[in-house]
Design a binder for this molecule. Structure first.
Ligand code: TYD
Ligand code: MG
Length: 448
């Protein structure tokens, strides 16, 4: 048998190198490389498990398992794919266990499900389970941190769904170190992936997100699994958003909305206006736009603040928006609309903790910046959307009609939109002001 050379695994990023160095060449962390002998971690499973054929049916969409939460199923691309591995990340206390208990209980109405909690005792989980009014005849609840024992139970029960809550609490003998260490996280996840692929059982793994905002062991688990979901919310809000940042079996960047209530997570079927709790008085720098982020029209407040720069280079801070695009917009505003912010710090924020990747926020952000600069509020009944080109033209965006319809449904009175997005006949109650250039858009807002 060929002699196996040791490898060095970084405890910060999980990367491997062949020789020891003081600094990890992949993530730059110091003193983080630990020696591992591949014979235990790598060679053993390969020798023990011959290649297994997975029935094609296990990977086709027709047999997807419905989670019981339409909002979650949408984000997954139509339910849970058998044999797939889903990683659900989120800060502690956001509601990951609550959501998965609800999902597990729904799935367990018809098929065997194993819910392994290493975080809470069976008594604690059961208490929550009854409090949520759930009951499922085919659910096995275990408080267990030993992964081989969990997998043995899932095999014995012929589970079709296995929930691991959380990956940070489980450990497997083959990886040597303590639960939560990077090598453990990686080995356990790899074992769960093998289990899912060989048995066709879908696996959902909970991962706590660290302060830096990535699932612990940066990026380490994400490439091992099929789907990565993040559960997020804004501090103090009862609304929760589920986003797929990676999905082998459906669209990425769909959003699902939930509200945390006294009796668990409830779906929000029409989320269009949930982030629109605005100040009673109009304030300079605030504007509402309609985005299509996550596959549905969503009304979102954008806030901008410009403040005279104190020293050094002006600051450009964008929360929820692309900062490079903001820099480009500032140049366009300077050259084509006479809005000069070279000597100002600029801060832009999307209210509600949403990230907007589309370009329809260009126009509203510039209007909000101009409003903050002039210290003049934009009427609260006005919405705007549109993309800005480098020559100062206002370009159309996709789904213009749908956005206008939603704005009208939410009672907005004036819409400043790209000329090519203006409908031939506007719906009743909504005055559409079509603009072709940035300067015209500023005029259209000043008209009140
Ligand atoms: P939890 O699902 O334990 O979060 P995670 O698993 O992500 O750490 O959610 C815990 C929070 O949710 C806790 O602060 C209490 C709250 N909660 C409710 O408001 N209503 C409920 O019905 C439940 C079960 C929890
Ligand atoms: Mg939990």
């Amino acid at each position: 048998m060929a002699r196996l050379n040791p490898v060095f695994v970084c405890s910060a990023c999980g990367g491997e190198t062949l020789k020891w160095q003081g600094q990890c060449p992949l993530c730059g962390e110091w003193n983080s490389l630990e020696q591992r002998t591949p014979s235990r971690a790598r060679a053993a499973p390969a020798a023990a498990a011959p290649a297994t054929a997975v029935p094609v049916a296990a990977t086709t969409g027709s047999e997807r398992l419905m989670s019981g939460e339409e909002e979650l199923d949408r984000v997954l691309g139509g339910g849970i794919v058998p044999g797939s591995v889903i990683l659900l990340g989120g800060e502690p206390g956001i509601g990951k266990s609550t959501l998965l208990l609800q999902v597990a209980s729904h799935a367990a109405q018809a098929r065997p499900v194993v819910y392994a909690s290493g975080e809470e005792s069976v008594a604690q989980v059961s208490l929550r389970y009854t409090r949520l009014g759930l009951s499922a005849p085919r659910m096995s609840l275990v408080s267990e941190t030993d992964l081989p024992a969990i997998l043995a139970l899932a095999t014995e029960q012929r589970a079709q769904l296995l929930v691991i809550d959380s990956i940070q609490t489980v450990q497997s003998g083959s990886a040597g170190t303590l639960a939560g260490a990077v090598s453990q996280l990686r080995e356990c996840t790899a074992e769960l992936v093998r289990f899912a692929k060989t048995t066709g059982c879908a696996v959902v793994i909970v991962g706590h997100v660290t302060k830096e905002g990535t699932i612990a062991g940066p990026r380490l688990l994400e490439h091992l699994v099929d789907t990565v979901l993040y559960f997020q919310s804004e501090a103090g809000s009862r609304y929760r958003i589920v986003r797929a940042t990676k999905n082998r079996f459906g669209p990425a960047n769909e959003l699902g909305f939930f509200a945390m209530t006294g009796t668990g997570l409830k779906e929000v079927k029409n989320p269009a206006a949930i982030f629109l709790a605005r100040a009673p008085e109009p304030a300079p720098g605030s504007i509402v736009t309609v985005t299509r982020e996550g596959g549905r029209p969503l009304l979102i407040e954008l806030q901008a603040l410009v403040d005279r720069m104190r020293f050094g280079a002006p600051r450009r801070v964008a929360q929820g928006l692309d900062a490079n695009r903001l820099a480009m917009l500032l140049a366009a505003a300077n050259r084509h609309a006479g809005v000069s912010l070279q000597e100002y710090d600029v801060f832009v924020n999307v209210v509600g903790g949403i990230e907007i990747a589309e370009t329809a926020w260009d126009l509203p952000v510039l209007l909000a910046l101009a409003s903050s600069l002039a210290d003049r509020p934009i009427p609260q009944s006005l919405i705007a959307f549109g993309e800005i080109g480098l020559t100062g033209e206002v370009r159309p965006v996709a789904y213009g009609d749908e956005r206008l319809k939603e704005a009208q449904a939410q009672g907005f009175k004036v819409a400043v939109v790209p000329k090519d997005n203006a409908p031939r006949r506007a719906g009743p109650g909504l005055e559409v002001r079509a603009v072709a250039r940035l300067s015209e858009a500023l005029e259209a807002v000043r008209a009140g």
